[in-house]
Design a protein around this ligand. Structure first.
Ligand SMILES: Nc1nc2c(ncn2[C@@H]2O[C@H](COP(=O)(O)OP(=O)(O)O)[C@@H](O)[C@H]2O)c(=O)[nH]1
Ligand SMILES: [Mg+2]
Length: 256
């Protein structure tokens, strides 16, 4: 049995790199060894020193110059280049880990590039191999100002799940920034997914079947986990969700 992978995904600015740093510190202070992997070729000013860094394998700025691309195009090409290096990156990760380790993978901010491209799915697969892995999808509190925002973010979370097909925890990041009204809405939605129907009806969203997707997103993911990097007690809850998720993988394995 090898290390456990926690893949931290979410929209740009949702707090992925900060969580990689501070949740990692929290794990370490609880005697759980951590390996941090930066998977973002365009990362600048990371708040931590990655143990494994894809910027050692691809230089986005060089790609921009070489192929005469803008930043987004260069990131797409860089991700494709990384897939070709996945064996080396994987070897580097495993050289640095023991079976007790949690490998925290900080992913690129441009979710459309990370989540919707087959290359990144392949890259993750090549890194995780047959070890246990869970995705943490960060729903950014600063993007949540209406119930419809919550639904959009849950659908985004679901898209990531459909692409990567790994167990997923949905995290409400920067929970300290969420206003009380939205906290109540989220609590209510989690307790009674039927509310989603009402919200969709009221907001006149034409999609049918959307409520099933949301319900699945909420229930499959052990509810929504509020996390604030300013409140260590939220890390405890996150870790316990993570352990649940990893042990449910055990159940699946033993039941086969
Ligand atoms: N208030 C608050 N801000 C946070 C939290 N986590 C991250 N941030 C801030 O959100 C911004 C973006 O964070 P970053 O980790 O770079 O996001 P990334 O683009 O997803 O990697 C930074 O200014 C962080 O300090 C949090 O729990 N609460
Ligand atoms: Mg980042």
């Amino acid at each position: 049995m090898g290390p456990k992978f926690f893949i931290i995904a979410g929209t740009a600015g949702s707090g992925k790199s900060t969580l990689t740093k501070l949740f990692g510190d929290w794990l370490e202070s609880n005697d759980i060894p951590v390996v941090r992997v930066n998977l973002d070729p365009a990362a600048e000013d990371l708040p931590y020193t990655p143990n494994v860094d894809v910027r050692d394998y691809v230089d986005v700025y060089q790609v921009m110059r070489k192929y005469k691309l803008g930043p987004n195009g260069a990131l797409l090409v860089s991700m494709d280049i990384l897939v070709n290096h996945s064996e080396e990156i994987s070897k580097e990760i495993y050289r640095n880990t023991t079976p007790r380790d949690y490998v925290l993978i900080d992913t690129p901010g441009q979710l459309e590039i990370f989540a919707f491209r087959r290359g990144s799915q392949e890259l993750i697969k090549n890194l995780v191999l047959d070890n246990k892995a869970t995705i943490g999808f960060l729903m950014d509190s600063s993007l949540i100002s209406s119930s419809l925002n919550v639904i959009s973010l849950l659908l985004l979370a679901n898209s990531v799940y459909l692409r990567l097909r790994l167990p997923m925890i949905t995290i409400i990041s920067k929970y300290d920034l969420l206003n009380d009204e939205m906290k109540r809405v989220i609590d209510a939605m989690t307790e009674d997914p039927e509310l989603i129907n009402e919200i969709i009806y009221k907001e006149d969203v034409p999609e049918s079947g959307i409520e099933d997707l949301i319900e699945v997103a909420i229930s499959r993911n052990y509810g929504l986990i509020p996390v604030s990097v300013y409140d260590d007690s939220t890390f405890e809850a996150l870790f316990s969700a993570l352990q649940n998720s990893m042990s449910s993988i055990d159940d699946i394995e033993t039941s086969i």
